[in-house]
Design a protein around this ligand. Structure first.
Ligand code: BES
Ligand code: MN
Ligand code: ZN
Length: 497
């Protein structure tokens, strides 16, 4: 599908399917009014008959009588006039594009950019529209014998009410397109099962990405090299698995030669059985998604490379499978991490923080400007924040602020949890420098506290995406979301402004 923008073309010149907004209570949007005039009051008549109420997300796909110039019209409900939220705007776009594709429309002209969404700019709307269009059309049927019908939609034109902000909108469209591509990559990798998406597979995907962009270099550390570096925590998690662990390092050079990079560190547990502290069968379903942090690093770097963002980025992915068994690590084992700090294993199911600890220490050699880790780290964050907000913890208020802001701007939001010293008490061990679990209370925070001990040498933030990266439970509802690629891409874009 080709996405483009066009400034103020009158409705009647359109040959494709028009997407027109209508409000509740029979109010019409500007393009709705124009269409109503062109069709001798057809739209008002329809609404008066109560064929649709105009609620947010409601769609009325309809064909127009042959005397009209356009082939098809789709009315999109936009709620009460002047009350549209960012989430509401996204919902309208996603439902409209889904309905459009279901109706086998090939070309669309979308007139929803004229809807007021709080104080959001036209460029903001254009970027969101691009992301939503791809969100609506996403499918994952690689393993289905019966494939979904190929996309009907091949051209999607976003109409701007005027030509005033054309330049900003062109840029916003490119950003939305690149972010959507990144999100799609992240979803695709995350949705793969762990018998295909192994640590070696993730490494190969990173290498492929490196081949595609001259600005991107990829190297992969094998277990042998990790042993030399003393990565006792990553290796312990990996030792029960038949799959070799991989430490995947991506270096994107878009900025000045010497500019300190932004480091993105991803948890890449390709499957989390819990190890010898085995998960229950119900809790194990969904654990192929335990590499969503890694997939986010790849998706975000792809978006940055696509946009040629003038920043330097390093991506570090700890790709490991967490298995039980005779060779696997066990509760009460004591590990020596690359930092030299020792860790007593309380539960082998708190493996994410272990692999991240060595990955964070490894980051030091890049002398990063900031480090952001992304991890499906704790079930506790789902209890605290549900599926709507990513848990954010940080040792740097400015960085936390910038990420929260990027989340608001991209509608991929996070909420901050504290890392107060008092919580550190919970991960004391009588035998080692720390324990890998702090018990049930404040489980996300004590996990963050654990990570903070490996992030003392830089400004750092931790994103716990266990609730937001994928819908993991329920047998038929499972699907990756691509979060928080949009937030991180926005953060990077904002750094270049
Ligand atoms: N991968 C899980 C966290 C998780 C749980 C992600 C549910 C998505 C949905 C992580 O490795 C884990 O098992 N965490 C434990 C930590 C605990 C044993 C200290 C948890 O949250 O129960
Ligand atoms: Mn676990
Ligand atoms: Zn895990």
């Amino acid at each position: 599908m080709k996405l483009s923008i066009k400034a103020s073309q009158p409705l009647k010149q359109q040959k494709s399917c028009l997407i027109i907004g209508v409000y509740e209570d029979g109010e019409l949007t500007p393009s709705g009014k124009e269409l109503d005039k062109n069709t001798q009051g057809f739209i008002r008549k329809l609404l008066q008959q109560g064929v649709m109420q105009g609620k947010v997300g409601q769609i009325l796909p309809l064909f127009l009588p042959p005397h009209s110039a356009c082939e098809q019209i789709l009315l999109a409900g936009c709620g009460k006039i002047n009350t549209l939220t960012p989430a509401g705007f996204r919902k309208i776009m996603v439902s409209a594009v889904r309905a459009l594709n279901a109706a086998s429309a090939k070309q669309a002209s979308c007139f929803l950019a004229e809807l007021p969404v709080g104080d959001k700019s036209l460029a903001w709307k254009v970027k969101q529209m691009a992301e939503c269009a791809w969100e609506a059309l996403y499918r994952f049927d690689l393993f289905k014998s019966e494939k979904e019908a190929p996309l009907a939609l091949n051209e999607f034109v976003i109409h701007l009410p005027d030509a005033k902000h054309l330049k900003a909108c062109e840029q916003a469209l490119a950003q939305g397109q690149a972010v959507a591509d990144g999100i799609t990559l992240t979803k695709n990798l995350a949705n793969l099962p762990s018998n295909i998406c192994t640590p070696a597979f993730l490494a190969e995907q990173a290498r492929e990405l490196g081949k595609r962009y001259a600005s991107l270099n990829v190297k992969v550390l094998e277990e042998k090299e990790m042993r030399k570096l003393g990565m006792g925590a990553i290796l312990a998690v990996s030792q029960g698995s038949a799959q070799e662990a991989k430490l995947i390092c991506l270096e994107y050079k878009g900025g000045k030669q010497k500019a300190a990079p932004v480091a993105l560190v991803g948890k890449g547990i390709t499957f989390d059985t819990g190890g010898n502290s085995l998960k229950s069968p119900e809790n194990m379903v969904g654990m192929k998604y335990d590499m969503c942090g890694a997939a986010t690093v790849l998706g975000t770097i792809k978006a940055a490379a696509e946009l040629k963002l003038p920043v330097n980025i390093v991506g570090i992915i700890a790709a490991v499978e967490n298995m039980p068994g005779g060779t696997a690590y066990k509760p009460e084992d004591i590990l020596t991490s690359m930092s030299g700090q020792t860790i007593e294993v309380i539960t082998t199911d708190a493996e994410g923080r272990l692999v991240l600890s060595d990955a964070l220490t490894y980051c030091e050699r890049y002398q990063p400007e900031v480090v952001i880790d992304i991890a499906t780290l704790t079930g506790a964050v789902v209890i605290a924040l549900g599926v709507h907000a990513t848990g954010l913890m940080s040792n740097d208020d400015a960085l936390a602020h910038d990420l929260l802001q990027a989340g608001l701007e991209s509608n991929d939001r996070a909420w901050q949890l504290p890392l107060w010293d008092e919580y550190q008490e919970q991960i004391k061990s009588p035998f080692a420098d720390m324990a890998n679990s702090g018990g049930r209370s404040a489980g996300s925070i004590t996990a963050g506290c654990f990570l903070s001990r490996f992030a003392k040498k830089f400004r750092w933030a931790h994103l716990d995406v266990a609730g937001t990266a994928a819908m993991m439970s329920g047998t038929s509802e499972r699907m990756a979301t691509g979060r928080p690629v949009a937030m991180l891409a926005q953060y990077l874009i904002n750094r270049t402004r």
